[in-house]
Design a protein around this ligand. Sequence first.
Ligand code: G6P
Length: 464
Amino acid sequence: MAPSHTAHVLVASNRGPVSYEVQENGELTAKRGGGGLVSGLSAIGPEADALWVCSALSDGDREAVAQGVGEDGVRMLAIPADVHADAYNGVANSVLWFVHHLLYQTPLEPVFDAEFRRQWASYETYNRAFAEALAEEAAEGAAVLVQDYHLCLVPGMLRELRPDLRISHFSHTPWAPVDYFRMLPDDIAAQLLRGMLGADRLGFLTRRWADAFTACATAFAGGLGDTQVGVHGLGADADFLRERSHAADVEERIVGLREEIGAGRKTVVRVDRTELSKNIVRGLLAYRRLLESRPEWRERVVHVAFAYPSRQDLAVYRDYTAEVQRVADEINEAFGTPGWTPVVLHVKDDFARSLAAYRLADVALVNPIRDGMNLVAKEVPVVSDEGCALVLSREAGAYEELGEDAITVNPYDVEQTAAALHEALTLPPHDRAERAKRLAAAATALPPAQWFLDQLNALKALDA
Ligand code: G6P
């Protein structure tokens, strides 16, 4: 696609709305993704001349770029694979993800050596590729909405190239507290903050993460300067979920899942990408503790755990995936009987089956160590047929909106989580239904389209 200088609304993110696969016959097939940004952008309509700039991630994506194949409104950047790997794996999903989610523990702590400096240089190159593409595509005075920790340097770089643009950056993650953020090398911490403060407006999912950013900017960058900070909580897409969860493929998965669960049993459901912040292992240990301490639940409950592999290029994510599998197997060996599998673990990503599990859920378990928002906590109450109970970590962003009607847990406290599972499984039906109704209402208060438009309008209003 030739540089256009015509787009009036631009979104930049590492992962884009579409991905390509090379079929055996060599043909390229496109698969569209979902999520808040996709429905948000569709809400502004095609006439707004919107463009989404993203990375080519798969072999198919790179082939599509090489062949000049693409969808209108999407520009994929074929960043050299080694540069992307350093930026995405080495910097973003190792160091930055771990810092914002407080995931370091001995012996995982970072070592900022020459190898890291090399990866950091790639992170800069990768961010510059985005800034240059956005500068080429944006019309005079356009609004540019940059997403997430992969692209922290883009606002500052783009501001230098195109001072006419209105630029925002949105963090979908938590933000680290000052004493944790200062783990980063001083110059890199300053560069990250300066990059983001190049934006006119910064968005966060909760007040807690916004305040943490402001504290870091105050401690390490002399304050926010002219940059505005806003909070935009993202809600579940009720209309989409209610319709999609009754489609034929979901009904089919329900039949299969019911067979795996067995008749008359309660279900505790969790659905996550498999990574350390989701705290899947402690969730399994809590379920194990429930079976140990309250034998009356044996044969009467099944933990349906979907843990979809994520970022498998990194050993720490692969090891965690293996650990989840190991602990689930151990529970099944220790407690399982010929007619009862206590943990039904699936690792192959299947959205229809996730929705089927949501529909069957009596209890949803969402216990992250720390999470920007966690949309599963918001989706299950909307979709569950009988209105589920929610066991929710107080460290998830969603807790600010759902905490009152959820059963709260400290994510590190396995004993407490086991007790919370028991409480959730035994909530009186009327109480459970009433809570589920209020949870669903709170969860859908800010649909993705509104979330996106609010940010866009706030950005445009800045120079009104
Ligand atoms: C988090 C991030 C997103 C990211 C998603 C999936 O939610 O905030 O930016 O796209 O995880 O991770 P992945 O590395 O597969 O894109």
